[in-house]
Design a protein around this ligand. Sequence first.
Ligand SMILES: [Zn+2]
Ligand SMILES: [Zn+2]
Length: 260
Amino acid sequence: MAALVRCRASGDKREMVVAALRTCARWALDFALPPRCAGCGIIVDDVHSFCPGCWKQVEFLGEGGCRVCGIPLASTDAETCAACLAKPPRIARSRAAVAYDDLSRNLAIRLKYGRKVAIAKTMARYMIPLVKQDGGDRLIVSVPLHRSRLWWRGFNQSALVACELSRALGIPADPFALRRIRRTPPLKGMSAIQRRKTVAGAFRIRDASAVAGQTVILVDDVLTTGSTAEACARALKRAGAVRVELVSWARVVKPSQLMR
Ligand SMILES: [Zn+2]
Ligand SMILES: [Zn+2]
């Protein structure tokens, strides 16, 4: 009754209460509804998984590929690809769960706009095996959004996945360790050099003591050329992180590089 009275007290407050109820309802729905295929949405038996049809389509990347960057290796490469040998990246180890295609892209989009909790859990489920279980003090950090975009969207999709990984692996997460201090335009269509220039200096560490001496596991949703992650790694290493690894949901791989 008291709540009802408060709701009537002011329009602003009522809107807030309605928004809070909607959020709660969405969370409850995520758990109460039958599990759905993360790819096409049909009802499946197993929670946070794919139907047999989508399962066949998903291109899991797993542990194979270059020891450093994870890209599928050419027959002439040994354990490390030619590019990593020529110029070792700041990120000591990059892994992605799946190749970026219509299905994985769809999931990344639905994480932003749809059933967020369920999708974050699905992505985390396939990213968990890619996080190494050894290597000193570890901290999970997500690639941040700029303040204005965070305000507009209300949450950071990579931070949701980072929290799921943290919970499942028992590794602490700090979703606020990195800050994006500059808004950057979409990198799509830019060359590698343009991308690097665009994101250079866009990230800052909030508190260096939180990352100093740590192996940081950086979490992102989609890995394209890696320039954003490299810029994050630069800031993390300057603040004293001993090693930076990256785990992402999907990565862009040339069709010719996929080993079918
Ligand atoms: Zn499906
Ligand atoms: Zn490589």
